[in-house]
Design a protein around this ligand. Structure first.
Ligand code: CAO
Length: 416
């Protein structure tokens, strides 16, 4: 089966997580992604957090599948010549170097455009161009703090908290992938490439837009009724940390189940949907609440929402999280067990859908990774192992017209 992005050639100058997550996605969908890495070392994640000595770390393998690897020292003249040849025949260059690094290498946007007017240059930076922090290097948690996620995550009596989800890294990579596909579509009609830039701060903020909604509501009315601080606590003039509150119009919380004393994940997330109040009362054996005016409306329930959650926890006391969800699903109640990574790794449904998948790697054997979360009716996304450092250097150079003697000399001089 041919893949939709077949024929698109991408120079992948990315490292760590934000950029690699973007190019990996495009490689899954058929693009020829050439990962350019420094000879000898490569992407720092090859050696970070290793679990097997001398073998590419999972950090690398899980973000660089389906790519080819070319080693190249782009600070040498030969390296610059090779990169220039590659730019001439590629469609996209993706990079997430520190600010200004590509320019310092001699490959400014103006210069790349001269080499190939159809080229799309896609960049991830911590902050957007012209921002007062534009010179800063940025990692995941820095972005979560700058994008409004940390100040609004965690509990009211605790410090700002970062999420385990890669809101700054992989999320920014996903935004960049959308930008690249949009620029490719534009090029189909104009024939011209363009620069696509995504900042990690902006991408985090894009996912935190409901918190900006809340800031404006707070400014206007002085309280936020869906937060645990309402109505018994106090609000300042900034959006508070909402703990595990639902955040939308449906109150929710993480509730203890049987075994919570010893199992850190013996919990469910329970949502009280307004129109599902009667089924909830039936499910937990509190039929008397169905028509009690003290409980019938969401507004009436608000000041006792934590007493209601405590009653549900009492009902959950003798049920595991899985048993509880099996009962609640029959009442159409939005809920889920809190799943550990161990449970997710073994989940038969995630295996069947390919969202959790086993991949072969030349040196490490089989490992688990997260497959495509995007499912297509006409494309089966096949996840292949990540390349070894420089695995495809010779074939890529040969494709650019270098003969075996020249390739050997480039190795000798450590250009590749
Ligand atoms: N050949 C020669 N030189 C190379 C090279 C190659 N193949 N690949 C990279 N380099 C050079 C760069 O040109 C740069 O050189 P100068 O600074 O001398 O011009 C140098 O390597 C360092 O690059 P860097 O600034 O990207 O690397 P760093 O480890 O200091 O910083 C990071 C890492 C992630 C903080 C920074 O790249 C960054 O802020 N990137 C943008 C934001 C981002 O994507 N962050 C998310 C990372 S995922 O958590």
């Amino acid at each position: 089966m041919s893949k939709p992005l077949e024929g698109i050639k991408i120079i992948d100058f990315t490292h760590v997580q934000a950029g690699p997550a973007c190019t990996q996605l495009l490689a899954w969908f058929g693009a020829d992604v050439i990962k350019v890495e420094r000879p000898g070392a490569g992407d720092v994640t090859r050696s970070q957090l290793r679990d097997i000595p001398g073998v590419d770390a999972l950090y690398f393998t899980m973000l660089n599948s389906n790519k080819r690897s070319l080693t190249l020292d782009t600070k040498t003249q030969d390296g610059k010549d090779i990169l220039t040849k590659l730019i001439k025949e590629s469609d996209v260059l993706v990079e997430n170097f520190g600010p200004g690094a590509l320019d310092r290498m001699g490959f400014t946007w103006e210069h790349i455009k001269e080499i190939n007017p159809g080229m799309i240059v896609a960049s991830v930076k911590g902050f957007s161009d012209g921002h007062h922090y534009e010179d800063l290097k940025v990692y995941e948690n820095v972005a979560q703090c700058a994008g409004g996620a940390a100040s609004t995550t965690g509990f009211d009596d605790g410090p700002p908290t970062v999420s385990a989800a890669a809101l700054g890294d992989s999320n920014t990579g996903m935004h960049l992938a959308i930008g690249i596909l949009t620029a490719l579509r534009a090029r189909d009609t104009t024939g011209k490439g363009q620069k696509v830039a995504v900042s990690m701060q902006d991408s985090v903020l894009n996912l935190c837009r409901v918190k900006l909604r809340d800031q404006q509501r707070l400014d206007r009315v002085g309280y936020l009724e869906e937060y645990p601080q309402y109505p018994h606590g106090t609000f300042s003039d900034v959006v508070p940390r909402g703990g595990n509150a639902g955040g939308g119009g449906q109150p929710g919380w993480v509730l203890k189940c049987k075994g919570w004393q010893t199992d850190p994940n013996a919990y469910i997330y329970f949502t009280i949907q307004g129109h599902a109040w009667a089924p909830i009362c039936r499910a937990i054996g509190k039929e008397e609440w169905i028509d009690d005016p003290a409980y019938t409306t969401a507004q009436a329930r608000q000041d006792k929402i934590f007493d209601i959650f405590a009653t549900i926890e009492e009902w959950l006391k003798d049920k595991t999280k899985f048993e509880a969800v099996d009962i609640l699903r029959k009442f159409d109640i939005p809920c889920s067990p809190v799943l550990s990574m161990k449970e997710i790794a073994a989940d038969p449904s995630l295996r069947a859908s390919g969202t959790i998948t086993e991949v072969e790697h030349k040196e490490r054997g089989t490992y688990l990774t997260v497959g495509s979360p995007i499912k297509f009716s006409d494309l089966k996304v096949e996840i292949k192992g990540s390349p070894l450092l420089g695995e495809h250097t010779d074939e890529i150079l040969a494709g650019l017209g270098y003969d075996p003697q020249k390739i050997a000399a480039l190795h000798e001089q450590r250009v590749v």
